[in-house]
Design a protein around this ligand. Structure first.
Ligand code: NAD
Length: 381
């Protein structure tokens, strides 16, 4: 028996922040980062909830790739203010931090949140609808994806205006992250008809609208479509899981502090080629991933006459997008010393193999396979 559920209630489109006005007589904690507070978005939210007996507290110390220490501080703040409603506001980092604070405070008996709103201000992670939270152990240089049903927010609010301020480079990195979610969920060992439908729609929206949102951040239609696509991709991978593109990206992000989306973008095409196993396909072996990539190529208007043509067209399109977005091909292009990569290579390979996302990769993977993919983005020294 398989199952699929969409337990987060999603409000989307223009004026969706109105949903916050339903809060009455609540103690509300907004968990966010300093940028959101400085840029006035926190005040915008407060204005929606002020009065009606609500008391509002703000914890704005989350940072990209939230470390354990920030979660501990957030738990302390929640314990002090005894909030019963949480508003997680920001990119995936702020939302992940808030989700972890909520669950930890509850498990440790420091506070209980009855209703949790997630309001994304980037279009990428889908964290607003997932049971995942990615936390960083800075001392060890490791990112841990926590997975727990209790991490899932009850309400997600997708207001496209909140993403109109995202600069082009972050639009590109986060948008590619969403694309990776859709494409990894699509070929995952846990993919179903339900998750395929979500992944297909997310991919077609992203292929069309992400370049438009990148070129003109004020194109609100493109922003809205990319925001919705990121959420659909989140729903897809929340049920189907991910694959080794994420397992490897977690290592690159943790060791070299490269944004999550960019780390994914750097290895995506190579991972698709690995999963499609075109050499075996050429010898007549059947490969379900290759066939699914072929179906996706057809849906997004690429050549798809056979598996080989379709997979090549899909990976070429991804490389074109990366070039358009200025995403470099190798770690060296990001001024990372190949010697540093060499020293960390075997640890990164081991951690990628152990990463939870590897469990749902469609093709079994060895140490050597991961090392080969890593070698494509960094020369061996
Ligand atoms: P992010 O949250 O780290 O934000 C990146 C930068 O964008 C930050 O400096 C932030 O202040 C800024 N920013 C956010 N919104 C903005 C706006 N509207 N205008 C201008 N600047 C803005 O980036 P992200 O890609 O959204 O999240 C990445 C994190 O999410 C990583 O830690 C990753 O591992 C994690 N993640 C979580 C899930 C999940 O399901 N929980 C899935 C994928 C990734």
């Amino acid at each position: 028996m398989k199952e699929f559920d969409l337990s987060t209630h999603v409000f989307f489109g223009e004026n969706s922040l109105e949903r916050l006005e339903w809060c009455e007589n609540k103690r509300i904690i907004i968990i966010t980062d300093a940028f959101m507070e400085k840029s006035g978005v926190v005040d915008k939210l407060k204005a929606r909830m002020d009065g009606r007996g609500n008391e509002i507290f703000v914890f704005s110390k989350t940072v990209p790739d939230p470390p354990i220490e920030v979660i501990a501080e957030g738990v302390k703040c929640l314990a002090e203010c005894q909030a019963n409603v949480m508003v997680a506001l920001g990119g995936g980092s702020a939302i992940d931090a808030a989700k972890a604070v909520r669950v930890m405070a509850d498990r440790m008996g420091f506070g209980h949140i009855e209703e949790c709103f997630a309001i994304p201000t980037t279009s990428g992670t889908g964290s607003e609808v997932t049971k995942f939270s990615v936390i960083t152990d800075s001392a060890k240089g490791v990112k841990y994806p926590l997975v727990d049903d209790d991490l899932q927010p009850m309400v997600a609010i997708l207001d496209p205006e909140l993403v109109s301020t995202v600069p082009p480079a972050i639009t590109a990195d986060t948008g590619i992250d969403a694309l990776v979610h859709a494409l990894e969920a699509y070929v995952s060992t846990e993919a179903t008809d339900f998750t395929d439908a979500l992944a297909e729609k997310a991919t077609t929206l992203l292929m069309k609208f992400l370049p438009l949102a990148y070129k003109d951040g004020n194109d609100l239609l493109a922003r809205e479509k990319v925001h919705n696509a990121a959420c659909l991709a989140g729903m897809a991978f929340n049920a189907a899981g991910l694959g080794i593109c994420h397992s490897i990206a977690h290592q690159i992000g943790a060791k070299f502090h490269i944004s999550h989306g960019r780390s994914n973008a750097m290895v995506l095409a190579e991972v698709i080629r690995f999963n499609a196993d075109l050499e075996a396909v050429g010898k007549g072996h059947r490969n379900i991933s290759a066939r699914k990539y072929q179906r996706m190529a057809k849906l997004i208007g690429l050549p798809y006459v056979n598996n080989l043509v379709a997979v090549n067209a899909l990976t070429r399109r991804i490389e074109e997008m990366k070039r358009m977005f200025g995403i470099p091909a190798t770690l060296k292009d990001l001024d990372i010393d190949p010697v540093d990569v060499s020293e960390l290579r075997s640890e990164m390979v081991q951690n990628a193999l152990k990463d939870k996302c590897t469990q749902t990769n469609p093709r079994p993977v060895s140490e050597e396979d991961i090392a080969k993919i890593l070698n494509k983005i960094t020369p061996l020294v």
